[in-house]
Design a protein around this ligand. Structure first.
Ligand code: AMP
Ligand code: MG
Length: 358
């Protein structure tokens, strides 16, 4: 990417980026979750460009970013009390709220759905950009569709390069995972995607149980599609029995070494402790002090870093299913190539060596 397009977030550069958006361009900008690829939410042509640049399927709706609650309310046709509580408690912050849309929101933003997801980001540069542009900004993550989301300006440049008009560099995203998406319908609240705000915190604020099932259609929240956030290398989740998984790999490695073969490059992502010596080309421990929020903030950058080493396989240990751990596991699950990834890896060994160890 042309270096001149990576802009330091000075007042004049934010102004310049806002002007690009006003003219119908697309600009990547920092938020506390991940970097977004933004366009004027009211400009259909500009929004279409987001889909083109990202190669995002047109059925995957965008989240609209606002700089105030007042602006959000104008995008919805009605605002139940639960939404007001959530906005007051969690905005600005990593929570997107889905409600029936007002007629001001173009269909292209919502992929034809009658609802729209809105959030107010907690990043000063994002808020300044929205205010200066003078319009809500529709923005998905600033990466090619299906790949790991970017949490730094350089990652945006790597993925989207010259296809976008500019990227504002606001430093690394502090949360590091996308927003939680909830839908409020008929007095009930549904979790459409786990993210930066925990389900526990939402339940506490509303004194209401959040329903985890999505309901009717699979594509109600396309962030729930099976393959998403995936690195180039096949990623395999170790599941609860990670010790047994490691032992299996070690047995394979011993057998392979006896034959004089060169053990393939395998990278490992774990929560707090190293798994095994000599087994991996790289082992990334996301939070030695077992802080799930720190682990979340390092996850996507970590995956990208390991991916650059071109391992034949990436394996990840499971994270505790509490607070933001739910979102970390969700992203790993979707990034995972599952059985296919493991099969592909096993096929790289001679049959005589591995027997029936599939
Ligand atoms: P991204 O912008 O890549 O983080 O993805 C945004 C995600 O938010 C989508 O993939 C959906 O899962 C969800 N989303 C956005 N708008 C809606 C909506 N109107 N109804 C349900 N889910 C939505
Ligand atoms: Mg995305």
């Amino acid at each position: 990417m042309n270096k001149q397009k990576i802009l330091k977030p000075t007042a004049s550069n934010v102004h310049r980026a806002a002007k690009i958006i006003k003219r119908g361009g697309v600009v990547a900008f920092p938020t506390e979750t991940v970097y977004g690829l933004g366009a004027d939410a009211f400009n259909e042509k500009a929004v279409c460009r987001i889909f083109e640049v990202k190669k995002r399927p047109s059925f995957d709706p965008l989240i609209v970013h606002v700089a105030s609650m007042r602006e959000a309310v104008l995008l919805w046709s009605s605002v139940p009390d639960a939404a007001k509580v959530l906005m007051q408690k969690f905005w600005p912050g990593p929570l997107s709220i889905v409600l029936p849309k007002s007629s001001r929101v173009p269909d292209v933003v919502t992929s034809g759905l009658e609802t729209v997801a809105v959030r107010m980001p907690a990043h000063p540069v994002a808020l300044e950009l929205i205010r200066k542009a003078g319009c809500p900004i529709a923005a998905p993550s600033a990466n090619l569709f299906g790949y790991t989301s970017p949490t730094a300006a350089l990652s945006v440049a790597e993925d989207l390069g010259d296809k976008i008009d500019a990227v504002l560099d606001g430093g690394p995203s502090t949360v590091g995972l996308e927003s939680t998406v909830v839908k409020i319908e008929g007095g009930k609240i549904y979790l459409l995607r786990p993210g930066g705000v925990s389900v526990e915190a939402i339940e506490k604020a509303l004194r209401l149980k959040v329903k985890r099932s999505v309901g009717k259609t699979k594509l109600e929240s396309p962030g729930q599609m099976e393959s998403h956030y995936a690195p180039q290398a096949p990623l395999v989740l170790m599941g609860e029995k990670s010790d047994a998984f490691i032992k299996k790999l070690q047995r394979l490695q011993n057998a392979w070494r006896k034959k004089g073969g060169q053990w393939p490059k395998i990278a490992c992502i774990s929560y707090s402790g190293k798994k095994a010596k000599g087994l991996f080309c790289a082992e990334l421990v996301l939070s030695p002090k077992r802080d799930l929020y720190q682990a979340a903030s390092r996850l996507f950058q970590g995956i990208r870093k390991l991916d650059r080493m071109r391992p034949v396989l990436m394996i990840a240990s499971p994270f505790p299913m509490q607070n933001i751990g739910l979102a970390i596991n969700d992203r790993l699950q979707k990034a995972s190539a599952g059985k296919r990834g493991w099969k592909q890896f096993m096929l790289s060994f001679p049959k005589a060596l591995i027997g029936n160890q599939t």
